[in-house]
Design a protein around this ligand. Structure first.
Ligand code: NAP
Length: 281
């Protein structure tokens, strides 16, 4: 079974649009997401455009605020402080990566935690690991939603996550643990990676290397979630970290790239914006 993140996203966005329609009467306005884009990195421009498009579909107000790559850290922090103080802004997102002269950690920590729709603020991360209420980071949240929708039982399963980034690998491992899976986190120093991944009943791959996971690394009937977004060096087309054509016949469930985890990430961002709007009324 191929889980289409695109289809699930379309359904979720349609349901959110219905809900948002009722907000002007109930609350006087719709949720407002402010997205800051620094510089003109083509991938970042495309992500920000996708977020604006999804906001329009859901009926959320989206302000994309563009700044030159030469903006100083101080100026960026001042812009965030302004948005923090604006009662008509519910969610603030700074598109990463930032130019080297700006500390991403400082910028993330400067966002008001109540408006941290990405779930990257240290207070949100701490709350996630302490099982406290928090805003869940969008990509891991989208992955769990896809697994649940596909009817994949996670409790008691052997899950292997390749990658341990703050954005994907670590939080998705925590969410799988919260679903009572037994989780192994693999990374660039893992020895005998194929032996580890072959044990996986659920395999989540977040590395950033085109078609890195080959058929011999996956056991028959595994559930395979491909988070990677790469360019195929041969065709130049978008591809994941998983060799989809070789693994799809072996997997019981698999996500495609494009059209898998990517759309779910943006859809969960919409959900988080609505949650922040409702929580802070
Ligand atoms: P990252 O911060 O670069 O982390 C990559 C992880 O992969 C690291 O933990 C690294 O291990 C591990 N790794 C690298 N080479 C490896 C190898 N040969 N064997 C085993 N592990 C290896 O990347 P990220 O931000 O997590 O993103 C990963 C991928 O997901 C990228 O393609 C990114 O574009 C994509 N992504 C997609 C979405 C979406 O919405 N679809 C969202 C976020 C990210 P070490 O820790 O040992 O270095």
């Amino acid at each position: 079974m191929i889980i289409s993140g695109k289809e699930l996203s379309a359904k979720m966005k349609a349901a959110m649009a219905e809900e948002v329609k009722t907000f002007p009467e109930k609350y006087g306005r719709v949720p407002h997401l402010a997205v800051i884009l620094v510089g003109d990195n083509p991938a970042s421009v495309s992500y920000v455009t996708g977020k604006a498009k999804a906001s329009a579909e859901v009926g959320i107000k989206n302000s994309t605020i563009r700044r030159e790559a030469t903006i100083t850290e101080e100026e960026l922090l001042a812009l965030i402080a302004e948005l923090n103080a604006d009662d008509e802004v519910d969610g603030i997102l700074v598109q990463l990566p930032l130019p080297k002269h700006i500390s991403e950690d400082k910028v993330i920590a400067a966002i008001d935690v109540k408006k941290d729709v990405d779930g990257f603020h240290p207070a949100n991360v701490a709350a996630l690991w302490q099982k406290q209420p928090c805003t869940l980071p969008c990509t891991p949240k989208g992955i769990i939603r896809m697994l649940q929708t596909a009817g994949v039982e996670m409790a008691g399963k052997e899950a292997v996550v390749i990658g341990r980034s703050n954005i994907v690998g670590l939080p998705v491992s925590k969410l799988l643990l919260d679903q009572n899976a037994t989780v192994t986190i693999a990374h660039s120093r893992t020895k005998n990676l194929a032996e580890v991944t072959r044990r996986a009943e659920i395999l989540v791959v977040a590395i950033g290397r085109p078609k890195f996971v080959t058929a011999d690394m996956v056991s028959e009937g595994a559930v395979v979630i491909d988070v990677g977004v790469n360019r195929d060096p041969e065709t130049g087309k978008l591809c994941g970290d998983v060799d989809f054509a070789a693994i799809e016949p072996k997997a019981s469930v698999i996500t495609p790239v494009p059209g898998g985890v990517g759309p779910m990430t943006i859809t969960c961002l919409m959900e988080n914006t609505i949650e922040c709007f409702l929580k802070n009324r």
